[in-house]
Write a protein that binds this ligand. Structure first.
Ligand code: ZN
Length: 374
């Protein structure tokens, strides 16, 4: 265990450093594109190819994305392939990783391209009020994606099969009724082709609601532990966290867009760009939008950790045994190599869940308190 948590510490420190390196390099890249001839060259290439603004934008973004991809694919390879293998989190072959990475990049690019086209449509037509329609659009996209992604996108990336363990399926369906969250079917998602990390989710809503369990979870966890992990997911639904997150996300995205607007417009004038939708100002827009987002992320994480704790506590009150929860937490920490007790500053900045040590601590205290109260 001690050796495992040292490895977990090493892994999370390395991962965190990589995130910081990537953020700094991306900022440097954006500044370079903003002030060098290279940025202008990309714009001229796009503008000389067509007279239509939205086609120009599409071409410009493809060029921009291609340059970024080529510059950063090495970092992605190191973080997503080399490190994952070194720490035993993945047994993927290089070919399989490349195929998966290209597929993800393609899907992401397509989504980013569509989102950017819509965003510029707003920027061009509502140069002074775009934060409002942009927020509405963002919420619409987030809600749609949140609802359809697990049903449409996960099967595109991973193989899903109905669960074979009928006893476990029965227990999970019973548990879901206990939470007042009826579920139709349980599926096994074959994540192990990609990662050793374990995961579980409830996807869809109403009649199409289904349980997704990673094969990595099924292979290494006892039924009691799977029920505990799963009870946590059901608690999110029973507590309507989805709705709360949508309202919260709306407020955060309005703040993000409005703060961006406040800085972007004067910066565009100051640097002498033609308009806010000038393609040459795109790196500036991304720079400001990313900075604002990075400032707001730690604040969002405070709320996310609060909701995660609420889900844990409800799950603990409904699953058959809290021991399953505690041992599942320990296994998850080991299998996903998450640092059980990170530094306070690291938790504040990056953690969307309470650290494992804290989750185990309140789980252990939970039963004791309840015995006294009952
Ligand atoms: Zn959760």
């Amino acid at each position: 265990m001690a050796q495992n948590s040292t490895r977990a510490r090493q892994y999370s420190v390395l991962k965190m450093r990589l995130v910081i390196v990537q953020v700094l390099l991306t900022a440097a890249f954006l500044v370079l594109m903003l002030f060098s001839q290279a940025g202008l060259l990309l714009k001229q290439l796009a503008v000389s190819a067509t007279g239509n603004f939205y086609l120009q934008l599409g071409l410009y973004l493809l060029e921009f994305g291609a340059v970024y991809y080529l510059l950063f694919v090495g970092l992605d390879f190191y973080s997503g392939f080399v490190l994952e293998r070194r720490f035993g989190l993945s047994r993927q072959s290089l070919g399989a990783w490349l195929k998966q990475s290209l597929r993800k990049t393609f899907l992401l690019s397509l989504a980013a391209l569509a989102a950017a086209e819509l965003f510029y449509l707003l920027l061009r037509n509502f140069p002074n009020t775009w934060p409002l329609p942009a927020t509405a659009l963002w919420v619409l996209i987030a809600v749609t994606l949140g609802k359809i992604a697990p049903i449409v996108i996960i099967p595109l990336l991973y193989k899903c099969v109905p669960l074979t363990d009928k006893e476990l399926e029965r227990n999970l369906l019973n548990l879901s009724r206990k939470f007042g969250v009826p579920v139709k079917r349980v599926f096994e998602v074959q994540l192990s082709t990609d990662t050793e990390k374990a995961n579980a989710a409830v996807a869809g809503m109403g009649k199409s609601r289904r349980i997704l369990l990673a094969d990595t979870l099924l292979r290494n966890f006892s039924n009691e532990e799977i029920e505990a992990v799963f009870g946590h997911e059901l608690a999110h639904i029973a507590l309507q966290h989805w709705l709360k997150l949508t309202v919260f996300g709306t407020a955060v995205s309005l703040a993000t867009f409005y703060l961006t607007y406040l800085v972007f417009r004067p910066a565009v004038d100051f640097l002498g760009f033609d308009a806010v939708h000038d393609l040459a100002a795109f790196p500036l827009l991304v720079l400001i939008l990313t900075s604002v987002t990075l400032v707001l992320i730690p604040l969002q994480n405070i709320y996310l950790r609060y909701l995660e704790k609420r889900a844990d506590l409800l799950a603990l009150s409904r699953v058959p045994a809290k021991e399953g929860f505690i041992s599942a937490m320990k296994k998850l920490a080991g299998q996903n190599l998450s640092d059980p007790s990170p530094a306070k500053a690291v938790e504040f900045l990056f953690y969307t869940h309470p650290p494992i040590s804290e989750r185990i601590r309140y789980a252990a205290a939970f039963g004791n308190k309840q015995n006294c109260a009952d």
